[in-house]
Ligand binder design. Structure first.
Ligand code: FAD
Length: 284
């Protein structure tokens, strides 16, 4: 199908982009979800504001222990070794390999994924697990929304329609933190049936901190608090991680049935993947 007719705007500043959104335009970032929706005519924006001409939105900066990712930083940036320092860069590097395929990773953006809020998005699960903060701007000003409050349901967020997501911020992970990301999917380029990202901090043989994010385990990305509680304060072991997997499946996840995966099957996959991800994340 062809998209319905629309007007095209190319703002050259954030202020122009925000004005366009205030007048009802919809943002075009990487276009890897929006253009598909427009071609299928599930999205029919009257006006599209293409933010690709706004300088500065492609900035990736590290300062004071915080990584700031601008709205035009593409997925593939995170596949470049050293783009993000330390374990956080390692975690993003592992996750990005699961996102679609190289052409989509070359255009699609991390922030666009947070705006789109697909329940199976790798970036959305990590944003929740890592206590990221999203920055949104409108003609009313700028506000910051913790990722834990930002996702409201499938494709639903706390962002108002006239707000531009300008950046997302993450605290860097310390050097005594190990990371892993695993995923189960039916076919090579489909979205995850279940994805798990983890960061595990171990000091003196004891798990001092755990961050576990789940994608496609509920109607929105989740932080697996029950699984985290199951491991913090104990020494890493396969039995402990198996128990954490069971806790995630039973208490954190709220999977919905899919055509090729009923709820029992999905809970089983969640338990197995959480245990595996924690084993892989254990720092050596
Ligand atoms: C075949 C296929 C497979 C895919 N597989 C995966 C996958 O495995 N994992 C995954 O996570 N994603 C996957 N995607 C989606 C892809 O990652 C997109 O790049 C991503 O969802 C959106 O990013 P974008 O920059 O392309 O945004 P766009 O497509 O440009 O925008 C998406 C939506 O977000 C809004 N938006 C974008 N940026 C902003 C902003 N700064 N402020 C306000 N609103 C904004 C747009 O208005 C639109 O509603 C897949 C897509 C395709 C087509």
């Amino acid at each position: 199908m062809k998209p319905a007719a629309f007007d095209y705007l190319a703002p050259h500043t954030v202020a122009e982009a925000v004005d366009a959104l205030g007048a009802g335009a919809q943002v075009l970032a990487g276009g890897q979800s929006l253009l598909l929706e427009m071609h299928l005519q599930r999205a029919r924006p009257a006006v599209v504001a293409d933010i690709n001409h706004v300088p500065g939105l492609d900035a990736l900066t590290v300062a004071d222990g915080t990584l700031t990712v601008g709205a035009l930083v593409r997925h593939r940036t995170f596949g470049s070794p050293g783009a993000v320092p330390g374990p956080l860069g390692d975690l993003f590097g592992r996750a990005v390999g699961y996102i679609a395929h190289p052409p989509i990773r070359a255009r699609g953006t991390m922030v666009g994924s947070l705006a789109w809020a697909h329940p199976a998005s790798e970036w959305c699960a990590l944003a929740v697990a890592l206590d990221a903060v999203v920055e949104v701007r409108s003609t009313r000003g700028t506000r910051e929304i913790p990722a834990g409050d930002y996702f409201r349901g499938p494709f639903q967020t706390a962002r108002e329609p006239d707000e531009l997501l300008t950046a997302v911020r993450y605290p860097l992970l310390g050097p005594d933190t190990g990371v892993a990301f695993t995923e189960h999917r039916r076919t090579g380029f489909s979205f995850a049936q279940v994805a798990v990202g983890a960061a595990l901090t171990v000091r003196d043989g004891v798990i001092a901190g755990a961050r576990i994010g789940l994608a496609n385990c509920a109607d929105r990305p989740l932080r697996a608090h029950a699984a985290e509680r199951a491991v913090v304060g104990a020494g890493p072991s396969p039995l402990l991680f198996a128990a954490a997997g069971e806790a995630a499946a039973a208490h954190d996840a709220a999977p919905v049935p899919e055509p090729y995966a009923d709820v029992d099957y999905r809970r089983h996959v969640i338990a197995v993947l959480v245990a595996r991800t924690l084993r892989e994340a254990t720092p050596v």
